[in-house]
Design a protein around this ligand. Structure first.
Ligand SMILES: [Zn+2]
Length: 102
């Protein structure tokens, strides 16, 4: 994903409106791109920060944003594990079938 595209995705990402694939690409990009990470941080601060300021809560935007990014990374890991699991299952069923078990 390029910076221009990533920056277009910022708002949608923060509102959880990106589809899984786009969200993953987006997270991969901002991890390595300081400029887009800064853009994301600013947008997040604007979106979340203002309402919190009114409530006078502590704002730890950076770590909250990290959590949000982590959730996407974690989900990606889960999906690839699931895919591997399914593949193994299909292999086992195929083996049983080929060996004449069923
Ligand atoms: Zn970028």
């Amino acid at each position: 994903m390029e910076c221009r595209e990533a920056q277009r995705c910022v708002q949608a990402f923060l509102k959880d409106e990106l589809d899984r694939r786009t969200a993953e690409k987006f997270v991969e990009h901002v991890q390595d791109c300081d400029e887009c990470m800064e853009e994301l941080t600013i947008e997040y601060l604007l979106l979340e920060g203002i309402s919190r300021l009114e409530n006078a809560d502590d704002i730890d935007v950076r770590s909250e944003l990290e959590e949000k990014l982590d959730r996407v990374r974690h989900r990606k890991k889960m999906y690839s594990r699931l895919k591997t699991g399914l593949f193994l299952l299909v292999c086992i069923i195929a083996c049983i079938y080929i060996l004449g078990g069923i």
